[in-house]
Design a protein around this ligand. Structure first.
Ligand SMILES: *Cc1c(COP(=O)(O)O)cnc(C)c1O
Length: 399
């Protein structure tokens, strides 16, 4: 058997491959440069243009561009009216922001478990966790695969809850012929460098509700209103400089040069999606029969723009720990990552009284998964090296 690099063998690769990487080319640089030399570098036409590009792409009626995905989730919770005493149900198998946004508003995150095969939030457990205090559900399209959106929507409709979709992973995904962004009551995107498209930092909130859109746009700039018809003190309106602050909002604006990069990235999104699908197909095909490796189940309703590719170790076959497997991969120069530590395991959440063990599937999945290198710029040779390494390490550690 081939000796692993971790024990002094030759690594599969000379140079490291990381789990994710942004995709920026000269056209993105040109788009930003053009705006930087123009009159408006923030609050200008490029922001409006990128918002229109997002609505054109997704089919949603309104888009609000913000400074990052976390800000998008925060404003979504504000638009949903989350406040002290309100419970919001979400998944623990996500980045902390999906739950932190509830706490920003004084609400209480309630964790529903995930499906053991798809890793997405389990609608049956969502329904079990509903109380008279529940106000909203935040579902995450984990790895870019749409959650069971229709099932969740039906539950929300029956219980009069607001459905927020954390689509940080899933811009480009189509669910039953509808684009993500045009499905939930409010959808949030992130444009962080590892996500499907990027502008450095950035986020967006999409909705078909005129009311939500108004709150979202006002909250993005301090809760300040410029519309004379909405003024509380019309008598003070002496001239065009006049405005009023109506509630406590934030500065969550995105710059115009970032927005111009985003518009350019949206043009390339379907191309990225194709490449992500082809890498995903290659990995699935190569790994489906490798003893000890379990793949995330795909639901046929989701035509996914995959963000992550996750392998799960079958501890009946792989005799080392996940940590040892991860380190062995790293020594072969395949740098994996783990998505995610269950949110309520963090000391901050533990101090709030969340018990360990409340979502056994999420915990079980967390203990056995890792995200392997996955982004459009990977070359076919890189993907072959990733597969070769997984096979090498899995074989070495197989019982
Ligand atoms: C990245 C991410 C966020 C936060 O987005 P930022 O742009 O980094 O603030 C929220 N939820 C999920 C699931 C994410 O992956």
């Amino acid at each position: 058997m081939e000796e692993l690099a971790i024990f002094g063998g030759t690594p599969v690769r000379k140079e490291k491959i990381y789990y994710g990487h942004q995709n920026i080319d000269q056209s993105d640089v040109d788009a930003a440069a053009k705006v930087l030399m123009s009159d408006y570098i923030t609050c200008g036409p490029a922001v409006l243009k990128a918002e229109k590009d997002l609505t054109d792409y997704t089919g949603a009626q309104y888009a609000t561009l913000v400074s990052n995905g976390t800000a998008a989730l925060h404003l979504a919770c504000i638009a949903a009216g989350i406040g002290p005493g309100d419970e919001v149900i979400t998944t623990p198998l996500t980045f902390a922001a999906s739950a932190n946004c509830i706490l920003y508003c004084g609400g209480t995150p309630v964790f529903a478990d995930v499906n053991i095969d798809t890793y997405n939030i389990d609608p049956a457990d969502v329904e079990r966790k509903i109380t008279e205090k529940t106000k909203a559900v935040i579902a995450v399209d984990f790895t870019g695969q749409a959650a069971q959106l229709d099932e969740i929507k039906n539950i929300c409709n029956r219980h009069n809850l607001i459905f927020i979709e954390d689509a940080a992973h899933s811009i480009g995904t189509v669910y039953k012929d509808r684009k993500v962004g045009n499905i939930a009551d409010i959808t949030c995107f992130s444009f962080h460098p590892v996500k499907n498209i990027t502008c450095g930092e950035g986020g967006a909130i999409l909705t078909n509700s005129t009311e939500y859109d108004k709150v979202l746009k006002d909250a993005r700039t301090h809760g300040i209103i410029h519309r004379p018809e909405d003024f509380t003190y019309p008598d003070l309106n002496e001239g065009e400089w006049y405005y009023e602050q109506h509630f406590l909002g934030y500065n969550y604006r995105l710059t115009d040069f970032q927005a111009s990069i985003l518009s350019n990235q949206i043009k390339k999104l379907d191309g990225f999606k194709k490449r992500r699908q082809s890498i995903s197909d290659f990995y699935r095909n190569e790994l489906k029969d490798v003893p000890g490796i379990i793949l995330q189940e795909q639901i046929p309703e989701s035509d996914s723009c995959s963000h992550l590719f996750i392998i799960r170790l079958d501890s009946n076959i792989i005799k080392c720990s996940r940590a040892d497997f991860f380190r062995a991969m790293s020594k072969e120069n395949i740098q994996c990552q783990i998505h995610y530590i269950p949110v309520y395991w963090f000391p901050y959440y533990q101090d709030k009284g969340y018990k360990m063990g409340i979502c056994p599937n999420a915990e079980n999945i967390y203990k056995h998964i890792m995200s392997i290198p996955f982004y459009p710029a990977l070359r076919d040779e890189d993907c072959k090296d990733v597969v070769k390494t997984i096979k090498k390490v899995a074989k070495y550690y197989s019982r």
